[in-house]
Design a protein around this ligand. Structure first.
Ligand SMILES: Cc1cc2nc3c(=O)[nH]c(=O)nc-3n(C[C@H](O)[C@H](O)[C@H](O)COP(=O)(O)OP(=O)(O)OC[C@H]3O[C@@H](n4cnc5c(N)ncnc54)[C@H](O)[C@@H]3O)c2cc1C
Length: 419
């Protein structure tokens, strides 16, 4: 639903970007009774990468009261994950309900256009003034309590005055860039190339697992995610230099890696799938903002930070930061405290939890580490690993999983030296 607003706009809060993070923040702030404007430069439903969710997303969706609505969208239920090694050997699938047998342990493979549209509409239903085809241009006046922002509204420049700003503009990170707080991380210079395959028949059931298949080169991997009964999303992630050296176009690079990967090649052939549409590429570099907030502004979702997508963490982080920043804005508006400290009060605990998943990503890329080997020597850690794979870190007790990993790695080193 798009609400037309003419002339200059005055509001309590301007949320920039109508993806998952922005829609959640806007819903929460509007529901608390504040006047929120949510601007989105595209028009929903708009396509987006990131189709596999983590079970912990349920916790935020439940808070928003839209579980049932999302259930009605008939996405494919995601019931687990499976990892395949570079030699093409698949590990046993990890089924979430074997770890915790309740519906909330499952999640979805989604068509992002549909999910994001649903979240955006929810913000509108909660009372946010939603505007599409409206693009943030510039922070004209940086004054907490009285910011002035210029936007492009279908070719017309318009002024929005807001007490507080939420940057939910995804990788554009418009405010993070304005305040020069976006910092690239010096780990892994990866690129992603993705496309879609389809069948004429219903080859995927209403439940599926996400498959992560390692490549032999580029320290990379493929994702295989069924997004509806006929369509498979296939993405390649790996070292940009190695992938670029393979061929001159993204299509050739992608197809070259598929042909080298017996597991992926066989999977596609066995279902008789045909590639369709573009080969889309994106840099996959990790980054995070050096500060999550400033006086009168706060960052959420990809505007705040991005980590490698191997465990499908992005939408969870977007929903969670949307929620935490939304609550901080509500409290700030209530008390009249829109300071950097108030708006970022949630971040220290949040950042600690994100760090756990970041460490899990590092282990995935660590050629000297084997999850199978570690769990077989430390079976008591399998529950901790399961929680991490399900994204169940927020509001949970501290885990000593990574301390145990370090001990195990040192033991392996010793064994290698003595053998
Ligand atoms: C290759 C790859 C694979 C991924 N796979 C997964 C996955 O399987 N699972 C998962 O959970 N996550 C995945 N992610 C991450 C996930 O896509 C993102 O983390 C998630 O979309 C972040 O949500 P967001 O709301 O912060 O940003 P976005 O979803 O990007 O939304 C930001 C919105 O802001 C709008 N915007 C931008 N600039 C402006 C402007 N100037 N004015 C107004 N509006 C603006 C954009 O149009 C957009 O709609 C993947 C990412 C990549 C790169």
């Amino acid at each position: 639903m798009n609400q037309l607003v003419s002339g200059d706009i005055i509001c309590d809060c301007l949320v920039i970007g109508g993806g998952p993070a922005g829609s959640v923040s806007a819903s929460i702030i509007a529901e608390a009774g504040y006047d929120v404007v949510l601007i989105e430069r595209a028009v929903h439903p708009r396509p987006h990468v990131g189709e596999s969710l983590m079970p912990a997303t349920n916790e935020v969706l439940e808070r928003l009261g839209i579980q049932e609505k999302i259930g009605e969208l008939k996405f494919i239920r995601k019931v687990g994950v499976q990892f395949v090694n570079p030699a093409g050997k698949a590990s046993s699938p990890f089924f979430f309900r074997q770890h915790d047998d309740q519906p909330a342990s499952e999640t979805w493979h989604v068509e992002r256009a549909t999910l994001d549209h649903c979240l955006f509409d929810n913000a509108s239903e909660k009372g946010a003034r939603t505007m599409e085809s409206v693009r943030f241009l510039k922070l004209e006046r940086n004054e907490p309590g009285n910011h002035e922002v210029l936007v492009d509204d279908r070719g017309e420049t318009r002024k929005i005055t807001a007490k507080v700003l939420v940057d939910a503009s995804g990788q554009q990170s418009v405010l993070a860039k304005h305040f020069s707080v976006k910092e690239m991380e010096p780990v892994r210079k990866n690129i992603s190339i993705w496309t879609y395959y389809q069948s004429c028949n219903d080859v995927f059931a209403d439940e599926a697992i996400t498959i992560i298949a390692r490549t032999k080169e580029a320290n990379g991997w493929f994702w295989l995610i069924p997004v509806d009964s006929k369509t498979l999303s296939v993405g390649l992630v790996g070292d940009v230099g190695t992938i670029h050296s393979k061929a001159s176009t993204n299509a050739e690079r992608f197809l070259e890696f598929v042909s080298q990967n017996e597991f992926v090649d066989d999977y596609i052939a066995s279902l008789n799938l045909t590639q369709f549409g573009d080969f889309i590429a994106a840099k996959d570099f990790s980054y995070k903002a050096s500060q999550p907030s400033g006086d009168g502004w706060v960052l959420t979702g990809d505007a705040l930070g991005f980590i490698d997508p191997v465990y499908s963490t992005g939408v969870l982080f977007a929903l969670k930061t949307g929620e935490l920043a939304g609550d901080a804005v509500v409290d700030g508006l209530k008390s009249g405290d829109l300071s950097q400290q108030q708006l970022g009060s949630w971040y220290p605990e949040y950042g600690e939890k994100v760090e756990l998943l970041r460490k899990l990503v590092d282990l995935f890329y660590d050629g000297n580490f084997s999850f199978g080997g570690f769990i077989s020597d430390n079976p008591d850690c399998s529950y901790q690993l399961a929680d991490l794979l399900m994204g169940r870190v927020f509001g949970r007790e501290k885990t000593d999983f990574f301390e145990k990993v370090e001990v195990w790695k040192n033991q392996q080193k010793q064994l290698n030296v003595t053998s």
